[in-house]
Design a binder for this molecule. Structure first.
Ligand code: IVH
Length: 679
């Protein structure tokens, strides 16, 4: 029995690791998010019921849960060097000349260079023993970093086991250097949510990523959209040595690490002048990347020369960073206005005299909160320096008080909410001000915007514009009204921009959203502190709204990944009569309020797996066996490769049995298969 469960856990882990890789690294998922979640829940349940099956490298660890009281120091196997800089083509050519002087002319002739984006994130050092991720550290002072393994396990795309493809076997030991970072769009989404929920924003993706990596509670890291790019092999044992940086990148990619696309955003040059042209021209291209970069890294391709060239101080001679000037511009601060977030937080922003920064017109910039305005001593009418941080998010860096003429005005937080006119108050101990009116239409609009968004109920054709309109018309006064909009069909049809087709599409999108998994609804409700991951954790624990309505903070705190603050917030939300009314109205409208029936859970045991069948199966035709496997999400093919998960072996097998042994593909009997299915 235990053996069957062990196999089942292994099969689920393999499927999850593989689908995670398809999703996060190749960006080419083969199963839906709901199917992935169902597999993950199945594994979590299995591990919860059978603690002996738990493993540090299980994909369930991606949800975090480990809470450290401090970070332990880790010595790096080699110094984690930083980079020298070049700011113009002249300095770049000078770097090359310096390296050439240290090499013999013959060697100098054969040099090639790899040019990589310089990702604006944080160095992480990842250790793999026999294909398992066993340790991950920050860079620290370059000699010693901090053990942040639990947090790194939550990073999207970071392989927990290697290989994830059939292209390379796992080396006995591998240490990889990479950059943990956050995409600009993810950062902005998170910041908006954080501004609304906590009245707190982060200055840029890098600071945000740094904070996420150094959380003592890894469940918090898990909620931050951290990602990884791998770019350097630091230690390699038990595999053929890599002679070039290009080969190292290919090697990492083939093991399943996320590597920036070779040939596209990472280039190889044999000649230096074309490289210089590329580097100069690249400045305009970098904004097209979804993450922030502060330049390019130019590396000598031949690894043997790295050692030969050595380093000066903390900078290797074999590489340098080409940096672009930060785009900073002076403009005038015309006004400071505020907007209202989802939970009523009041967030100030700068209204600027339009200015072109790095080719983009900037009119507004966030000012985070009232403290930020005070710290910078910003006055309306001031000349200010603005910057597009990482060339994407406009920021006000500072004012220029020396240019004041006395007409500037000090700004104070308005006393009344610009939307509903009710009082604005500051919560003790928080940076944020709030509108006291929980029925403030601005909050409702933001709440609806979140409810219908992609990560929540995902209602196509419904966005902030529609939310504003429906609130203004009085069609929506509570989130549940979304599911009663069909009663307003006639009134809607009379309005400009709402033709028959548009209204029908919108109403059917609303209708379709009733079937979203319960965890999505839980996220959509906008409960303080409950994001997608927390909602998933809570939904899978309680199974549905009934148990949750009566849950105490204690019940909630029992769940791994749910801390006391979150628990209290959930209980508080459900204790309010209007919220309970919303739930009842959602129920009456037919919105799903229970976790998915385990339709995908047991039955999708083989999601993402490929089987080959050989020989005669006792009491079952091949087609029947094929149908069985396919019904569980698996695939049956005729040809075998390293990627085949199992060979289903009947009596009198053909040559495939030997081939499987050669490729290391495990074989299972029909009995094994049936046991796996019924485990
Ligand atoms: S190579 C000796 N490659 O830039 C190898 N670094 O200023 C030195 N960085 O601390 C690092 N992208 O955090 C390298 N493609 C890349 C990089 C990269 C970002 C960061 C890294 C390093 C800093 C040096």
């Amino acid at each position: 029995m235990t053996m069957d469960l062990t196999q089942k856990a292994a099969a689920l882990r393999q499927a999850l690791n593989y689908h995670g890789y398809l999703y996060h690294v190749l960006d080419a998922p083969q199963i839906s998010d709901a199917e992935y979640d169902a597999l993950l829940n199945e594994l979590r349940r299995l591990e919860a019921d059978h603690p002996e099956l738990q493993a540090a490298d299980s994909p369930t660890q991606r949800l975090g849960g480990w809470v450290a009281d401090r970070f332990v120091k880790v010595r790096h196997p080699q110094p984690m060097l930083s980079l020298s800089n070049a700011f113009n083509p002249g300095e770049l050519r000078a770097w090359r000349e310096r390296t050439l002087r240290l090499l013999s002319p013959e060697v100098g002739q054969t040099l090639s260079y790899v040019v990589e984006p310089k990702i604006d994130g944080l160095t992480v050092v990842l250790h793999y023993d026999n294909g398992r991720f066993v340790l991950g550290a920050t860079r620290g002072d370059g000699t010693e970093g901090e053990d942040i393994t639990a947090n790194l396990r939550t990073v999207r795309g970071l392989p927990l086991t290697i290989p994830l493809t059939g292209k390379q076997p796992a080396p006995a030991r591998l240490v990889v250097r990479g950059e943990a970072y956050v995409n600009v769009a993810d950062f902005q989404r998170f910041n908006e949510q954080s501004a609304a929920q906590e009245g707190r924003t982060y200055a840029n993706p890098r600071n945000f990523a740094a904070g996420a990596l150094r959380q003592l509670d890894s469940a918090i890291s898990a909620q931050r959209p951290l990602r990884l790019w791998a770019y350097q092999v630091v230690v390699l044992e038990g595999a053929a040595p890599l002679s070039t940086q290009w080969d190292a990148l290919t090697f990492l990619r083939d093991l399943g690490f996320p590597v920036i696309s070779l040939g596209e955003h990472i280039r190889l040059f044999d000649d230096f002048e074309p490289l210089v042209d590329y580097v100069v021209a690249w400045e305009d291209q970098r904004q097209a990347l979804p993450y922030e970069t502060d330049g390019l890294v130019i590396k000598i391709n031949q690894v043997a020369l790295h050692e030969e060239l050595g380093f000066v101080g903390k900078e290797p001679r074999w590489a340098t960073a080409y940096k672009y000037p930060a785009h900073e511009v002076i403009t005038r601060l015309l006004d400071i206005q505020v907007n209202v977030g989802r939970t009523g937080s009041i967030n100030p922003f700068a209204v600027l005299e339009p200015a072109a920064v790095g080719g983009v017109m900037v009119r507004n910039a966030t000012l985070h909160n009232a403290d930020y305005v005070a710290e910078l001593d910003l006055r309306i009418g001031d000349r200010v320096i603005i910057k597009r941080a990482g060339e994407v998010i406009p920021q006000v860096l500072r004012s220029l008080p020396e240019l004041r003429d006395g007409s500037e005005r000090v700004w104070t937080m308005p006393e009344k909410c610009p939307v509903c006119g009710e009082a604005i108050q500051r919560t003790a101990g928080e940076a944020a001000y709030h509108c006291v009116n929980s029925a403030c239409p601005a909050q409702l609009v933001r709440g609806i915007e979140h409810f219908v968004s992609r990560g929540a109920m995902d209602i196509e054709g419904f966005g902030i514009r529609q939310a504003e309109l429906f609130v203004q018309l009085g069609f929506i006064t509570d989130l549940a009204d979304i599911y009663y909009l069909h009663e307003r069909r006639a009134e809607l049809l009379g309005r400009e921009g709402f033709g028959e087709k548009k209204v029908s599409n919108l109403l059917s999108a609303i209708e379709a959203s009733k079937e979203r998994p319960f965890s999505r609804l839980l996220n959509a409700l906008g409960i303080h502190g409950v994001g997608a991951v927390g909602a998933e954790t809570i939904a899978s624990h309680f199974g549905g709204i009934e148990a949750l309505l009566t849950a105490t903070a204690d019940d909630l705190s029992q769940i791994s990944g749910v801390g006391p603050v979150l628990a209290a917030s959930v209980v508080d939300w459900f204790s309010h009569a209007p919220n309970r009314r919303t739930i009842e109205r959602l129920r009456a409208a037919g919105v799903r309020l229970a976790a998915d029936a385990p339709a995908l859970v047991g039955p999708q045991t083989f999601a993402g797996m490929t089987f080959v069948i050989t020989g005669t199966l006792e009491g079952l035709s091949r087609d029947e066996a094929k149908a069985l496997i396919e019904a569980q999400g698996g695939k049956v093919t005729d040809s075998m490769s390293k990627k085949t998960n199992y060979l289903l072996l009947g009596t009198n097998p053909g040559s495939k049995a030997a081939k499987a042994a050669g490729l290391g593909v495990p074989t299972i009997s029909l009995d094994d298969l049936l046991r796996l299915l019924h485990a």
